[in-house]
Design a protein around this ligand. Structure first.
Ligand code: MV4
Length: 446
């Protein structure tokens, strides 16, 4: 087992990893930028190394500084958390070259799943349901036009290097295809220095339902049920829940089997997530595979009483997995509390927290790094806390969420608490009647 793990991240996920390391008797090293000198993960770690100035590019993304921190503290593993370098193949490779265990996917796996067209071709080989469309990259516009006719409008153009909606265009008729093709490639080139595109039949009003999987070094995998992440704004998840209100036992069994088949086919090792699009007829299609721990992992932990960070560390240390599939025994909802103003187009609202009261009580979990007097720096992601409620039924979990949101006090900055409180009163939400289109019609106005 590792003696010392360096956490190459910040905020709530850095604290989350430090907590599990402490429970496992593993020493921890925090890295921090100058802007995070007063951050709680620095205080809770056994050691802390400043890795650079505020901008992520010069600190949390600066591989040389992170490796140097691992070397001077003699860390034998690095946990990347999510975001930053968590799915950076070059970082994974450099860790290997320095004899430091990267608690995540291998460089080959990251590249294979990071290239969306390759990932999809692999899933087709594995027999995992995929959206009908192009066999790999589109070679030219004339090829694109021909493909769209075969697939049938509406179609979705997607950037192979993309993800999270960048370089993606829905095209409803041929007259719009060329502009979409050109603008998507320009956007993809700018964002990823790569403009390879692929095409899929457009799935209208899909749900985003993802399956948590764990693979061991023997090529076996199991699934830990689903998470419904359909409520998103500009491809940013706002709230997630398990079980999905759209799920049936049959669908869960089929999606769980498909996710395990995907993981075993690629011999996936560690904790991962297989994302699916689910249409109104409950047909599901592979969308993407993520090789990192996800922000929303706590709701899965809550319903099956399972520490996913511990699992990541154990698998990375070569300990084999239990191999059991898990069905949700409870209902859990996560609301992402962001330092944003929902009454002003969710614009960021960094600054000093002058007063903080965290909700508590039975079935309440809060993953946060903030404290009263903490100043939220403007340099990073706006998420400051995750409020998670867990109960026997969805109704009880929603009621608990309402009570917790009413109790939650954060003064000195604007937050999305009022948005979540209004969401919990929305009839469509309460009835579980929502898709990825939900936020298009949601308004904070009465
Ligand atoms: C789609 C789709 C409809 N049809 N693919 C969004 C980003 C990336 N995860 C893929 N996405 C989508 N791919 C086909 N063939 C609709 C989306 C989509 C979406 C998916 C999940 C969650 C939120 C979304 C918001 C807009 C579009």
């Amino acid at each position: 087992m590792f003696k010392k793990i360096l956490i190459a991240n910040r905020g709530e996920i850095a604290l989350r990893v430090i907590r599990t390391c402490k429970e496992m008797g593993i020493q921890t090293v925090a890295v921090y930028s100058i802007a995070d000198a007063e951050s709680i993960h620095v205080k809770f770690a056994d050691e802390a190394v400043c890795i650079g100035p505020a901008p992520s590019f010069d600190s949390y993304l600066r591989i040389s500084n992170i490796i140097a921190a691992a070397e001077i503290t003699n860390a034998d593993a690095i946990h990347p958390g999510y975001g930053f370098l968590s799915e950076n193949a070059k970082f994974s490779k450099i860790c290997d070259e320095h004899g430091i265990k990267f608690i995540g996917a291998s460089p080959e796996m990251i590249n294979k799943m990071g290239d969306k067209a390759t990932a999809k071709a692999t899933m087709i080989e594995a027999g995992v349901p995929c959206v009908p469309g192009s066999e790999g990259i589109i070679e030219s516009f004339s090829h694109c036009k021909k493909l769209a006719k075969e697939v049938g409008y509406p179609v979705m153009l997607k950037a192979s290097a993309g993800g999270g909606g960048k370089g993606m265009r829905a095209v409803w008729k041929e007259a719009d295809l060329e502009d979409a093709w050109n603008s998507a490639r320009v956007e993809s080139k700018a964002a990823f220095a790569n403009d390879d595109m692929y095409m899929e039949k457009l799935i209208e009003e899909p749900r985003h339902i993802e399956i948590q999987i764990v693979g061991d070094s023997k090529g076996r995998a199991c699934h830990l049920s689903e998470r419904d992440c359909s409520i998103q704004r500009r491809h940013q998840k706002l709230t997630e829940e398990v079980p999905s209100p759209f799920m049936t036992d049959k669908l869960r069994d089929e999606m769980g089997k498909a996710a395990v088949k995907a993981a075993e086919y690629i011999k996936y090792e560690g904790v991962g997530t297989v994302e699916f699009l689910v249409d109104k007829n409950r047909k599901f299609y592979f969308m993407e595979m993520n090789t990192r721990i996800q922000v929303e992992h706590p709701i899965t932990e809550q319903v099956i009483d399972y520490d996913l960070i511990r699992e990541q560390i154990m698998v990375a240390a070569g300990v084999k997995i239990s191999g059991k599939n898990y069905m949700p025994q409870l209902h859990s909802i996560e609301c992402r509390i962001n330092a944003e103003d929902p009454f002003n187009d969710f614009r960021p609202s960094p600054g000093k927290i002058t007063n903080l009261h965290l909700p508590g009580g039975h079935g309440i979990r809060i993953d946060t790094h903030v404290y009263s007097g903490y100043t939220i720096p403007p340099n990073y992601d706006s998420m400051i806390a995750k409020l998670i409620t867990t109960a026997q039924t969805r109704e009880e979990a929603i009621d608990k969420m309402k009570r917790a949101l009413d109790e939650f006090v954060i003064e000195g900055i604007k937050t999305t608490i009022p948005f979540h409180r209004k969401l919990m009163d929305s009839q469509d939400y309460v009835e579980g009647n929502y898709t990825t289109k939900f936020m298009e019609d949601f308004s904070m106005e009465d």
